[in-house]
Ligand binder design. Structure first.
Ligand SMILES: C[S@@+](CC[C@H](N)C(=O)[O-])C[C@H]1O[C@@H](n2cnc3c(N)ncnc32)[C@H](O)[C@@H]1O
Length: 283
């Protein structure tokens, strides 16, 4: 078993040396000939989404959750804030992003300021297991491909339900384990991808119901994600030289090995993906 402290340090280290990062995004924008002092949300949003399916996946969550202009949305594990900015910009609502990695939190703030969305989007540094928010503070909770890093899924879902107002919606996607994943494969995912434990379609649905949230949708995204992940591995290989320059040859090689193993588990049907939409009772 992991201790919570060492797991947090492991996640922070993983994201401090992630091939997708603020420098890499700014470099890509510069290479497109853009003046970095004048970039807009439309420029940035094609590069700052660290989940599967890009902006279409955000649109699917927005419509599944029914996010509207008056809503206050919490993005749990917001990373560099790509989805938070997208939702705020598209809908005109306010979004708060929560993340525990200081480098991600700082990048999120800088990128948001750079595109002039800081009047709608703000960030908090903190853990999804101990959220720095009052009960019933938010209309919608969202999350994408991040809760896989969070241990104690019952406590995570309980925290989400606590800070959600009655009648509010939790809408998220996540990496899931499927039948056939062995314990030694899970050990590798724990060590290499910092996934302490993985949810399942039934497991997350049961946790949501236990917290008084009626599950309105649970979509199996496994086939779609397997196709996306094969392309994503190619994208990371394209970034290999830049990753080596920034974090060293060893990190670039390790990343390639980790991701190849991870994508292989999708191709073998041992990992999958799910989208969940649940409404808190008591409205
Ligand atoms: C794959 S990124 C997802 C970012 C974002 N959802 C997106 O789509 O661009 C995962 C993020 O989860 C954060 N994270 C992991 N465990 C966390 C926890 N217990 N509490 C808060 N954030 C956490 C990491 O720091 C990282 O920034």
């Amino acid at each position: 078993m992991h201790s919570p402290r060492s797991h947090t340090a492991q996640v922070v280290g993983y994201y401090d040396a992630h091939p997708i990062n603020e420098d890499q995004i700014l470099r890509a924008l510069s290479e497109r000939g853009l003046d970095l002092d004048r970039i807009t949300q439309d420029d940035l949003q094609t590069l700052d989404q660290d989940h599967y399916g890009g902006l279409e996946a955000n649109d699917a969550l927005i419509s599944a959750a029914g996010i509207r202009p008056g809503h206050l949305v919490l993005d749990v594990c917001s990373g560099m804030g790509g989805p938070s900015r997208y939702v705020a910009h598209r809908i005109g609502c306010r979004v708060v992003g929560l993340d525990l990695t200081p480098s991600r939190y700082e990048s999120a703030q800088r990128l948001t300021k750079r595109v002039g969305l800081d009047h709608l989007v703000s960030f908090r540094l903190g853990s999804a297991l101990d959220m720095p928010f009052e009960d019933a503070s938010f209309d919608v909770i969202m999350g994408q491909e991040a809760w896989c890093h969070v241990p104690e899924k019952p406590r995570l879902i309980a925290e989400c339900a606590r800070v959600l107002r009655p009648g509010g919606v939790i809408a998220f996607t996540d990496i899931l384990r499927k039948a056939g994943l062995t314990e030694s494969e899970m050990d590798r995912l724990r060590a290499e991808m910092t996934f302490p434990e993985l949810g399942t379609l039934d497991g997350y649905a049961a946790l949501l119901e236990e917290q008084g949230c009626r599950v309105e949708r649970r979509d199996d995204l496994s086939a779609e994600w397997t196709r996306i992940l094969v392309d994503r591995l190619a994208m990371y290989r394209g970034l290999g030289r830049e990753t080596a320059r920034k974090f060293g040859e060893g990190r670039s090689k390790d990343w390639d090995a980790y991701y190849t193993f991870f994508v292989g588990l999708y191709e073998a049907g041992k990992l999958g993906g799910g989208r969940f939409v649940a409404r808190k009772g008591g409205d």
